[in-house]
Design a binder for this molecule. Structure first.
Ligand code: NAP
Ligand code: G3H
Length: 482
């Protein structure tokens, strides 16, 4: 059944529907039904949201930390109480399978509780001058962390709740106020999550939201004079645009990836195949950390491909509302067109289709392409869909060289039973995280999560996120003649 409700924005503690522009319709990639309608905010309304965050920041920062933590716990509980409704919304809005949708919500509740605990335990420190060679004993610095001010959190479509919460929670615990700009596809789910945060008792202005197409309101909100910090997750293209536009505003950018799974001859191939298939095709490959290429040493390539093929063909494909489905329709027709054309170009250039690739609407059957070579776009471009290229290599050195030739540097996996070799390869890979004998993945959420090169800048992960969105403040005491 269609939901014709217009979702307003939370500004200064009240939900306001935009009166200035016609609403944006969000339709389901599952069946085309209307998921909801969103406010397309005007400049004046964006100004109100920014002013609300700015006005509330000092009093929110002064809130006792244990009270901030209590609010996080309460919001976590409210999220869990609404898990059925929220997961159904995710399923219809972004075609996420029900199991992954439920897991996204539970993970977000856990993250809020953990963030509250970390936030409570953060202490300042005292530094003594004489601990530095030549430093004076008469000097002592009290170092505390102060908030950045107003954080603009911009989240992508693929984790509308979790990739918003993972910014909002640490920003708030650090004493910042927040403006959330959710992805348009995903905004209905994100706004329901924000309802939980508000119902938990956040004071007016601590958390505000803005909606509208990024291409329309993006520059106005990222370049807004009242935004002090931007925490963005999304494509490299938009991330680069933002960083060029804002120049002096500090940013965290979590961007695209082309994570490689390097498979060495001594690897347990069944184990590697299980991990690669889960890593590449869960949520139809629409994860920044999906396995996006396999670099396998030629002498075990045939054996690995046979194992992958069997596993891929047993994946359940179709409607995300059905039990056990892994591969679901892509988020938009445009995405499906892009993935299909990338795959077809590689096939025309001589890659071999091992399995999959059939298209029905936005649904693409999980595809594996062998004999992809480095002159094909598929070896380098992020498809954000269920298409996985196999690039055969002659040695581990060649695997490392091709892995590092990518513009991206999010994560890499190495499958081998030789831990010494794994560490030596890990040291040479130009990525934020190397996974030894595991698929790439963000988390556990207290681990550092970062991309290098075109995969981003700055570090997330509960404590790292709080530290990134606060700055040290030093007050130095100078005693006379000690
Ligand atoms: P996207 O198109 O870059 O959109 C991300 C967010 O930016 C959305 O909220 C979007 O709003 C907004 N936006 C668009 N143009 C903007 C502008 N000019 N100024 C400010 N904001 C703007 O990315 P996506 O399609 O949602 O997500 C897929 C991409 O994100 C992939 O490349 C994936 O690898 C990457 N990703 C990276 C990570 C990571 O942690 N490294 C995690 C998840 C996803 P609208 O929706 O209104 O356009
Ligand atoms: O899409 C990008 C997310 O940060 C990936 O998170 O590895 O938990 O799926 P995940």
């Amino acid at each position: 059944m269609s939901n014709t409700r217009i979702y307003g924005n939370l500004i200064n503690g009240e939900w306001r529907v935009s009166r200035d522009n016609p609403p944006i319709e969000v339709s389901s990639p599952v069946d085309g039904s209307l998921v909801g309608r969103l406010s397309s905010m005007s400049q004046e309304e964006l100004d109100l949201a920014a002013a609300s965050a700015k006005a509330a920041q000092k009093s929110w920062a002064a809130y006792p930390v244990y009270r901030k933590a209590e609010l996080m716990y309460r919001a976590a509980q409210l999220l869990e109480e609404r898990v059925e409704e929220l997961s159904d919304c995710l399923t219809m809005e972004i075609a996420k399978d029900k199991k992954s949708a439920v897991s996204e919500i539970k993970r977000s509740a856990d993250l809020l509780r953990y963030t509250a605990d970390v936030g409570k335990s953060l202490q300042g420190e005292a530094i003594f001058g004489d601990s530095f060679p030549g430093g004076s004993r008469d000097k002592m610095s009290c170092v505390t962390r102060t908030p950045m001010g107003t954080v603009l959190a911009i989240s992508p479509f693929n984790y509308p709740i979790n990739l918003a919460i993972s910014k909002i929670g640490p920003a708030l615990m650090g004493g910042n106020t927040v403006i959330l700009k959710p992805a348009t596809q995903g905004a209905v789910s994100a706004l329901k999550m924000v309802e939980c945060m508000q119902q938990a008792g956040l004071p007016a202005g601590a958390l505000n939201t803005v909606t509208g197409l990024g291409s329309v309101i993006g520059d106005a909100i990222t370049g807004h004079k009242d935004v002090d910090f931007i925490n963005f997750t999304g494509s490299t293209e938009v991330g680069e645009h933002i960083s060029q536009l804002v120049s002096m505003t500090p940013v965290i950018l979590e961007l695209g990836g082309k994570d490689a799974a390097i498979v060495l001859p001594d690897a347990d191939l069944d184990f590697a195949a299980d991990n690669i298939v889960e890593g590449a095709y869960s949520y139809s490959g629409q994860r920044c950390t999906a396995v996006k290429r396999i670099l396998v040493v030629d002498k075990v390539a045939d054996a690995l491909i046979e194992k992958l093929k069997a596993r891929i063909e047993s994946l359940k494909v179709g409607d995300p509302r059905e039990e056990g489905v892994t591969v679901t329709p892509l988020v938009s027709e445009k995405s499906a067109d892009f993935v299909e054309s990338l795959m077809n170009r590689a096939l025309k250039q001589g890659a071999r289709l091992v399995t999959g690739g059939r298209r029905e609407g936005n649904l693409i059957y999980p595809a594996l392409l062998d004999r992809v070579t480095t002159d094909m776009d598929l070896a380098w471009v992020e498809p954000f869909g269920p298409v996985l290229p196999v690039v055969r290599v002659q040695s581990e050195d060649e695997a490392v060289e091709i892995a590092n030739r990518s513009e991206y540097g999010l994560q890499s996996s190495v499958f081998t039973n030789n831990l010494n070799r794994a560490f030596s390869i890990a040291a040479r890979l130009e990525v934020g995280t190397v996974q030894i004998n595991n698929k790439p993945e963000r988390g556990p959420d207290n681990f550092p999560f970062l991309g290098v090169k075109s995969s981003g800048m700055g570090t997330q992960g509960v404590r790292y996120s709080i530290e990134s969105m606060t700055r040290p403040k030093a007050v130095t005491i100078n005693l006379a003649g000690g």
